[in-house]
Write a protein that binds this ligand. Structure first.
Ligand SMILES: [Zn+2]
Length: 387
C-alpha cells in the first residue's frame, strides 16, 4: 500500500501546485516578434503551450536562468563559472485571458521561451521523440567573456549574440547575451527574438545529441578535414531547419549585417574544389564552416522547391508541407550518420543517407539538383549513382 499512498500524495501535490508544475499548460501572452512580411517588429498575442511555471519561465522546452557569468577560455581550453545564476522572474498583468509583460526583460524572456518552444515542437513534428534533449537551460542576458586572443588578456563581455553550448553531457544550454545598444537603440532584430536564429541554435542541440555524441572517439580520432566537413554540415542544416520552420530563406538577414559569406538558402551555390581547399588549408581558427554550410542549406532548399514542381532556381518559397518533407529527411539522415559513425565524414555521405528517405520519383529530382550543384562528388552519392 505504501507506494500507492505516495502516488496519491504526489497527485494531490500536483493539483495544489496549480497544475502548473505537473503538466504542460497553455497561456496566451503578448510578445514582440519579427514579422517578415512587413519587415517590422510587431506586438502579437501568441499561445505558449509547454510552460510548467509561468512566473519562472520553466517548462518542457527550457528553463530560463538569469544572472549567469562565465568565461570561455579558448586559450586554456576551459570554461569557468563566476555565477551559476538563479531562476528569472516573469512580470505581467493579466487582462481577460492574456498576459501582458510589464517590463522589457519579461517581454524578451517570454519571446525566447516561445521561440525555443516553437523549435522544439517543429523537431517533434519531424520525428524527434519527446524529451530527447533532456533538460536544456537558457541563460538569459548571460555575462560571457571569451578569451581567444593572447594579446587581449582582459576582453570585454560579448553582446548581441545567441549560442548553444555543450560543456558536458549534463550541462547543455542556450546563452542569450545582452543586447547591444547604440545611441539608446537596439540595432536590428535581436537574435533572441528572431525565431529562425533560435531554431538554428536548437538544431545544434539536436546535432550534438544525434551525431557528435554518437561518434566513437569524437574529437580524438577524427582528422581536421573530416571534422571541418561535419562542422559545416552542422551549420548548414541548422540554417536549413530554420528556413523550413520560418519559411524565410534569408531568416538571418534582419538580425545581422553580414561580414562573411551569404547564408541565403535561395542562392544558387555550386560546390567547387576551392571549398575543399579552404578546409584543407585553413587552421581550426580561420576555417569558415558557412561556405560549405550554405551550400548544404541552399541545395536542400532547392530540392524542396523542385519536388513541389517549382521552376528551377526561381524566387518562389516552397510550401510548408515540402519544407517539412526535406526537414524530416534531413533529420533522419543525420540520425543514420550518428548511428553508423561519421568519423570519416565527407559531404557526399550526407546526401547518400538523405536521398534514401524519398520515393524514386522524388529521389531522381534530388539527384538532378546534385548533378547541377554537386557534380564533382555526384558519383559518390550512393542513392544517386544507381539511378
Ligand atoms: Zn550555428
Amino acid at each position: 500500500m505504501r507506494p500507492l499512498h505516495i502516488l496519491k500524495y504526489m497527485l494531490v501535490l500536483c493539483l495544489l501546485g496549480n497544475v502548473l508544475s505537473c503538466e504542460d499548460s497553455s497561456v496566451k501572452v503578448e510578445m514582440l516578434a519579427y514579422d517578415p512580411i512587413s519587415d517590422e517588429m510587431i506586438y502579437k498575442v501568441n499561445t505558449v503551450e509547454t510552460l510548467a511555471d509561468l512566473g519562472k519561465l520553466e517548462g518542457r522546452a527550457t528553463r530560463l536562468r538569469g544572472g549567469v557569468s562565465i568565461i570561455l577560455d579558448y586559450l586554456q581550453e576551459e570554461v569557468r563559472w563566476d555565477r551559476v545564476g538563479t531562476p528569472v522572474a516573469f512580470s505581467a498583468v493579466r487582462i481577460d485571458d492574456v498576459y501582458y509583460p510589464t517590463d522589457f526583460d519579461s517581454l524578451a524572456m517570454i519571446s525566447v521561451y516561445y521561440n525555443i518552444e516553437q523549435a522544439m515542437l517543429f523537431f517533434e513534428s519531424i520525428g524527434m521523440p519527446t524529451g530527447y534533449l533532456g533538460r536544456l537551460d537558457t541563460y538569459y542576458r548571460a555575462d560571457v567573456i571569451e578569451k581567444m586572443d593572447p594579446y587581449i588578456p582582459e576582453p570585454e563581455e560579448s553582446v548581441d549574440n545567441a549560442f548553444y553550448l555543450s560543456i558536458s553531457e549534463t550541462d547543455r544550454g542556450f546563452y542569450i547575451l545582452p543586447f547591444a545598444v547604440e545611441e539608446g537603440l537596439i540595432n536590428g532584430v535581436p537574435l533572441s527574438m528572431n525565431p529562425g536564429v533560435i531554431a538554428h541554435e536548437y538544431s545544434h542541440a539536436v546535432f550534438q545529441e544525434s551525431v557528435y555524441d554518437k561518434l566513437p572517439g569524437y574529437g580524438i580520432y577524427m582528422n581536421e578535414v573530416n571534422y571541418g566537413y561535419l562542422w559545416a554540415l552542422n551549420e548548414g542544416i541548422a540554417d536549413l531547419f530554420a528556413v523550413a520552420l520560418t519559411g524565410d530563406p534569408n531568416f538571418i538577414n534582419p538580425s545581422i549585417s553580414f561580414r562573411g559569406v551569404s547564408r541565403d538558402a535561395s542562392d544558387v551555390i555550386i560546390y567547387d574544389s576551392s571549398f575543399d581547399r579552404n578546409i584543407i588549408n585553413a587552421s581550426q581558427e580561420s576555417f569558415d564552416p558557412y561556405q560549405i554550410g550554405a551550400f548544404f542549406s541552399a541545395a536542400v532548399y532547392e530540392m524542396a522547391r523542385r519536388i513541389q514542381g517549382l521552376a528551377a532556381d526561381g524566387p518562389e518559397i516552397p510550401k510548408k508541407g515540402y519544407r517539412h518533407l526535406v526537414a524530416k529527411a534531413t533529420y533522419n539522415a543525420i540520425h543514420n550518420l550518428g548511428k553508423q559513425g561519421a568519423g570519416q565524414f565527407e559531404p557526399a555521405d550526407f546526401f547518400s543517407y538523405f536521398v534514401t528517405q524519398f520515393e524514386p520519383g522524388q529521389a531522381s529530382i534530388i539527384c538532378g539538383v546534385l548533378i547541377e550543384r554537386f557534380s564533382i562528388y555526384y558519383s559518390e552519392v550512393d542513392g544517386c549513382s544507381a539511378i
